[in-house]
Design a protein around this ligand. Structure first.
Ligand code: SF4
Ligand code: SF4
Ligand code: SF4
Ligand code: FES
Length: 951
């Protein structure tokens, strides 16, 4: 169903250098070859009635409403399926056409409920509109005959309904599910009058393969598929374009509003990252923003065993600042720090790191990217010269071989996964390297050529053996390497990977991947045309995370797969603003733009701009903060938007560190796990309540726009500013655009970025400067950012986290489509209908050996701790490997992950934990303690009678 601000040109855009001129209703029109007559007409403002056609789907030609007359052509062709031709003369309006169209509409309406006035689609129903357009005044067939008016409504999906009585069987929903989403959950069953839309094999939507992306709802021209929120709230009054605050795809949405209430989120057709598509999270899971758990008044307490006390903003900020100053006076300048989050906007992150560097006077600032993509920054900077992915998402449409390593796009980056699947259905080849059989390995109309099912922790061994094949079999793109890379580094690397010990045959015992499969994959990637690598946390969250990122860059350079469309090295960022939070200088060693704090000239630039002497030594990383806290040296922490008590590894170590601090200030929407250890709670704002920007995995900077006032009174950047002023460092921004202006002044890759420029272009991929005034979709064209690409030797060093008789299984972790990260947002939505607990996936053989059946409680013990989860027995995981998600705090997934981390960046080794799994009958000791502590904290919160949203 179309929403209030969109224009639908009927059929998809066609790219062609060849232009065609034709005449439509006497008017000359010139369009690219391949364009439909319908689209050509729409481009020249001639409206042809239509029902089954929509711009986002290939034309189908079933409704016959769009018939036109074309000189010299027999009959009346459908304009949606007829391509333009030079000199074509088209008539879109005459009596014959009008009669036929009216006849078609009459048939539709004779089997359609006449409840327009009370229908949720009233006002934007295309059937209603078309009845008006064709001038339908009567229905000669009456309404008494056979019809579908009493078919039962399917309300099983939490977010939308399917009212088959209103279905005109245009198949837009089916095509949206196939073409746009790639799930193939819907079919048209039967023929003629009996035709009906059916989810899967005639089951409810909830019981089908449907992943609730909503594409069918958006495509439906009637109220058959309707958002429940629209049915409940009625039509929106206005819309505001903003950016999804969930994953690193960065989908653009129009928030359709009624006053300050969101009626629905509609993916933006002009969205550069999503082109009108979305997933269940961005489109539907926004209920958390107004959830009754939200705290909207500041609170303080002196001990974590005290009840919270609701206070004014003035008192909360004053207390927080005085505590931070007291701690610094007592324990020294370096005894406090700040943690920002990839969920925050760029502007918020920028002001947090500025507060720490200029206000606290140290560099103790870090971000949650520490625990996900810090190795990407390190690895890509050292090889290619820039800490970011090389392509835009659209580049995948020019890839011939797609190599997915340690990423699960259909769950983690669903909208990009749909685009990737589209390209795979067009014939691109797929290689997947993952210990687990992710959905992409075999999904409708797609099957990976190779699934390299490696043992967790052996990535570097695998990448070296792939590189060995490229070198040993003469598949190196010598010209590219000679022209673009540092030859001494290449030669050193080549000599290293060529060694027999790196061959697939030698590494088979390490990786568990048959040598023949590695050879086939290497040949395909190196010789199959444009090869693009997409990777995720399965690459970075290892003790050799940075090494693996460098190994990937080496392989891409050696095969000439960098520096043009269709190729590249592409980290799929987990959270919405991982790229941005790194860009904004939230690591302890770097200013915005990845410039080291020890660089005197860079520091002088910031000192001049900020009017403050700045430290030239890197500050503490998050794990170092914990160590220092346990050593009694780190006593105060400001955390914005991050929940380290749930998301960081070795929970018991983290909570011990938090407990040892004297002042923890948490700025968040909810009393999250970290806030249970806090002394000051500053109520934050959701993405709907503020202005700013997010930078997605493509380096694309998009606007976040305020659609409602902050529920707590302040947007997050304002709260940081209040705190900064209170600790004695003045900040006086009046709007986040001023913060971006400052970022642009101080960061060479951002000099051309401003809110106005983003508004003008829709979004901008950095670098955006005088050289690239409209941004940079593809990096490293012609030359690497660092000049010559640098190969680095990537020796495989096995992790010290080893399996043994006591801990014989390897636990690896990941995420699921319906939940997001620590789940703080999605757990407070209807998304729990799909996933309401974290389960332990275990191979049937391992389960049988332990007497574990589906649904049994399983105790999982590692060297760090133990927890209990219910079992899911599945062949998705290989024998010897177990897997879980980490979306629910009581699961304690991070109680068992260890302190092991990447050698270069300290990114935790979440993906490899040696464990034992046994059948149990009760929660773990940690879970019991967790429940008790959480209940106490809930009581302390409630006893304070604090203000929740809408209460
Ligand atoms: S919601 Fe998405 S996955 Fe489900 S049927 Fe509709 S298009 Fe298909
Ligand atoms: S449900 Fe909507 S989109 Fe699907 S066939 Fe029926 S009317 Fe068309
Ligand atoms: S794919 Fe990511 S950015 Fe897009 S709607 Fe889903 S969660 Fe949001
Ligand atoms: S819109 Fe062309 S046949 Fe339906």
């Amino acid at each position: 169903m179309l929403s209030i601000a969109e224009k639908d040109l009927g059929t998809p855009k066609r790219e062609s250098a060849q232009l065609v001129t034709l005449t439509i209703d006497g008017q000359e029109v010139t369009v690219p070859a391949g364009t439909s007559v319908m689209r050509a007409a729409a481009l020249s403002d001639v409206k042809i009635p239509k029902l089954c056609a929509t711009e986002q789907l290939e034309a189908f030609g079933s409704c016959r409403l769009c018939l036109v007359q074309i000189e010299g052509m027999k009959g009346l062709p459908a304009s949606c399926t007829t391509p333009v031709a030079p000199g074509m003369k088209v008539t879109t309006q005459n009596k014959q056409l009008a009669d036929i169209r009216r006849g078609v509409m009459e048939l539709y309406i004779s089997d359609h409920p006449l409840d327009c006035l009370t229908c949720p689609a009233n006002g934007h129903c295309e059937l209603q509109d078309m009845a008006g357009v064709v001038g339908l005044r009567e229905v000669r067939y009456g309404y008494e005959g056979a019809n579908h008016l009493t078919v039962e409504k399917d309300t099983s999906n939490p977010y939308f309904t399917f009212d088959a009585s209103k279905c005109i069987v245009c198949s837009r929903c089916v095509r949206a599910c196939d073409e746009q989403q790639g799930t193939f959950a819907l079919t048209i069953q039967n023929r003629g009058f009996e035709s009906t839309v059916s989810a899967s094999q005639n089951v409810s939507f909830m019981d089908s393969e449907c992943v609730s992306c909503g594409a069918c709802v958006q495509a439906c021209p009637t109220a058959t598929l309707s958002e429940k929120s629209l049915i409940e709230k009625g039509q929106a009054e206005h819309s505001i374009t903003t950016t999804c605050a969930y994953c690193g795809v960065g989908c653009s949405f129009r928030a359709e509003m009624k006053g300050e209430e969101v009626v629905r989120m509609v993916p933006n057709m002009d969205g550069h990252a999503n082109h009108g598509h979305s997933c269940v999270k961005g489109r539907f899971a926004i209920g958390y923003a107004t959830h009754s758990d939200r705290i909207v008044k500041p609170m303080i307490r002196s001990k974590i065993t005290d009840p919270w006390r609701e206070v004014s903003w003035e008192e909360a900020i004053g207390y927080a600042a005085s505590e931070l100053k007291r701690i610094q006076a007592k324990y020294g300048r370096d005894s406090i720090g700040g943690i920002t989050s990839s969920r925050c906007t760029n502007e918020e992150t920028y002001v947090v790191q500025k507060l720490v560097r200029a206000g606290f006077g140290n560099n103790n600032v870090d971000t949650c990217a520490r625990v996900c993509h810090s190795p990407t920054g390190y690895g890509l900077k050292n090889t290619l010269g820039e800490s970011a992915g090389t392509q835009n998402f659209d580049s995948v449409m020019k890839s011939d071989v797609i190599f997915v390593i340690g990423a699960n796009p259909t769950d983690g980056h669903p909208v990009f996964a749909s685009q990737m699947k589209r390209r795979l259905r067009q014939g691109a080849k797929l290689i997947v390297a993952d210990p687990r059989r992710i959905d992409l390995v075999r999904t409708p109309h797609i099957e990976a050529e190779q699934h390299l099912k490696l043992r967790p922790g052996t990535n570097v061994a695998l990448i070296n053996s792939l590189a060995h094949v490229v070198v040993a079999e003469g598949l190196v793109k010598e010209d590219f390497v000679r022209a673009r890379c540092e030859m001494p580094s290449f030669e050193k690397w080549r000599n290293f990977v060529a060694q027999e010990r790196n061959s697939p045959e030698a590494m088979e015992a390490v990786t568990g991947v048959p040598a023949a499969d590695v050879r086939a994959a290497a040949r395909l990637y190196a010789t199959g045309g444009n090869g693009a690598i997409y990777y995720g946390l399965g690459v970075t969250e290892h003790s050799q995370g940075s090494t693996m990122v460098m190994g990937i860059a080496n392989l891409a350079m050696a095969t000439g797969n960098v520096g043009r469309e269709g190729v590249g090295v592409n980290p799929l960022r987990g959270q919405n603003n991982v790229q941005g939070s790194c860009d904004m200088g939230s690591f302890p060693h770097e200013f915005p733009g990845y410039r080291h704090v020890s660089d005197d000239s860079v520091r002088a630039l910031f000192e001049d701009a900020w009017g403050m002497k700045l430290l030239g030594e890197p500050g503490l990383r998050i794990p170092n903060m914990f160590e220092a806290a346990l050593d009694g040296e780190f006593k105060g922490l400001y955390i914005e938007g991050e929940d380290i008590a749930q998301s960081d590894p070795n929970t018991q170590h983290v909570t011990a560190a938090l407990t040892s601090m004297e002042c923890i200030i948490v700025q968040d929407l909810f009393l999250n796990e970290s806030a249970k250890f806090a002394h000051v709670f500053l109520p934050g704002s959701s993405f709907l309540e503020k202005d700013g920007t997010f930078t997605n995995a493509e380096r694309r900077i998009s606007r976040v726009r305020k659609v409602m006032k902050p529920k707590s009174g302040y947007a997050d950047w304002e709260i940081t500013q209040l705190l900064s002023n209170a600790v004695g460092y003045a900040m006086n921004y009046r709007h986040p655009s001023e913060i971006m202006d400052e970022i642009a002044r101080l960061t060479p890759t951002f000099t051309g970025v401003s809110f106005d420029r983003i508004d003008e272009l829709g979004s901008i991929q950095w670098p955006c400067n005088a050289e690239h005034p409209e941004g940079t979709p593809t990096m490293h064209i012609g030359e690497f950012v660092r000049g010559k690409g640098k190969f680095l030797v990537t020796e495989y060093v096995p992790t010290s986290e080893k399996v043994n008789a006591r801990y014989p299984l390897i636990l690896t972790t990941g995420r699921i489509l319906s939940q997001y990260n620590v789940g703080a947002q999605t757990r407070r939505t209807e998304n729990n209908a799909w996933h309401d607990e974290d389960r332990l996936e275990i191979h049937p053989q391992d389960a049988e050996d332990r007497g574990i059946a589906e649904g049994d409680w399983v105790g999982i013990e590692s060297r760090a701790g133990d927890t209990v989860l219910r079992a899911r027995v599945t062949e998705r995981v290989q024998p010897g490997v177990v897997y879980t998600t980490f979306h629910f705090p009581e699961s304690g997934a991070n109680v068992i992950t260890t302190d092991n981390s990447d050698w270069a960046t300290n990114c935790p080794e979440y993906k490899v934990t040696a464990v034992q799994a046994v059948r149990v009958s009760q929660p773990s000791e940690w879970q019991k303690r967790f429940r008790e502590f959480s209940e106490t904290q809930e009581t302390l919160l409630k006893s304070a009678d604090v203000m929740f949203v809408d209460k």
